[in-house]
Design a protein around this ligand. Structure first.
Ligand code: MN
Length: 314
């Protein structure tokens, strides 16, 4: 059975059918991996993967990034529902994380090692809204005029989850959960060269907040302009979820966001995150003025004396 690949109408994304992600031979996997590099985002309708199968599928792409201090937890729930079935409210930490996800971003750009790929599978979807959107930063870079390409060619930006949450009114304490660490703010080039395809893409998003050599306001203004320009049709694909769907994207060249929905309805997605390659996604960090401390580290794992070891919040 050869998978069927149907590109979306956007510059990125393809739907793959005639494939069972839980049972792929080597040649089928090769088709999927090649499509991942070509299209940047893949949609697999109605796979209904078990958690273990999703973890095994994710590991085909590389080591998993562990979002909890407990190494045994390889898949996490992105959900507005508590264990007891009630839903999170606006004062809850999880609610603030979910609202943050509604801004265009790339996963783990705020960690020393940024993510390679993210995979979501839908468990429960709300009756309206709650879509996931992906935006093509390869096509966005290509569409910049030459003056802007020159202007940003050697620029870098600091990325921080504290800062992106503060921009939407949430002040989060150090060690409150994954991403709120003392490792410092990673300094990442605005133009990223894809380690496999060699294509250039814009590497921006809500976690980027300051460009060395500019005031924070000037840098943020430029970063906002780039995101606004980049995240426009035909560079956006919107996924309307059905239970069992799997959606994935390449964080090295794709931004994504969740669309709003009525928070009195449940929305439960299962997430596995594939770690970046230290040779291409690991960068130096600088002090983050919203973190309590600065202990430079080249690892995403919690420091042994971090309060995050006792935290189960994500
Ligand atoms: Mn995300």
């Amino acid at each position: 059975m050869q998978p069927t690949i149907t590109p979306t109408k956007a510059t990125l994304g393809a739907t793959i059918t005639n494939v069972d992600l839980a049972n792929m031979d080597q040649s089928t996997w090769q088709v999927v991996e090649n499509a991942f590099h070509e299209f940047g985002s893949l949609i697999f309708p109605k796979q209904h993967l078990e958690e273990e199968a999703q973890v095994i599928f994710a590991k085909r792409f590389g080591d998993l990034e562990l979002l909890y201090p407990d190494d045994k937890i390889e898949a996490v729930s992105i959900s507005n529902q508590k264990d007891d079935g009630s839903l999170y409210g606006s004062e809850d930490f999880r609610y603030k994380t979910l609202r943050g996800n509604e801004g265009w971003h790339t996963d783990s750009s705020y960690m020393p090692l940024a993510a390679k790929a993210s995979i979501l599978s839908a468990q429960v979807v709300p009756p309206a809204g709650g879509e996931t959107e992906v935006a093509d930063m390869r096509a966005a870079y290509d569409a910049l005029d030459e003056g802007m390409k020159d202007r940003i060619s050697d620029l870098r930006a600091y990325h921080s989850l504290y800062q992106s949450q503060a921009k939407i009114g949430y002040e989060i304490e150090t060690d409150a959960g994954y991403g709120y660490h003392t490792k410092g703010a990673p300094l990442r080039p605005l133009v990223k060269i894809h380690p496999v395809t060699g294509r250039k893409s814009l590497f921006v998003g809500r976690h980027a907040y300051e460009i060395p050599g500019m005031t924070r306001e000037e840098g943020q203004k430029l970063l906002n302009e780039l995101v606004t320009f980049a995240c426009q049709p035909p560079r956006i694909y919107t996924h309307h979820w059905q239970p069992g769907d799997v959606l994935m994207w390449d964080n090295r060249c794709v931004l994504h966001r969740a669309r709003p929905y009525d928070f009195s309805e449940a929305r439960i997605l299962r997430h596995t995150r594939v770690a970046g390659d230290p040779r291409t996604e690991l960068v130096e960090t600088g002090r983050d003025d919203r973190a309590e401390d600065f202990k430079p580290s080249s690892s995403n794992r919690p420091d042994p004396d971090s309060g995050q070891l006792n935290s189960t919040s994500f």
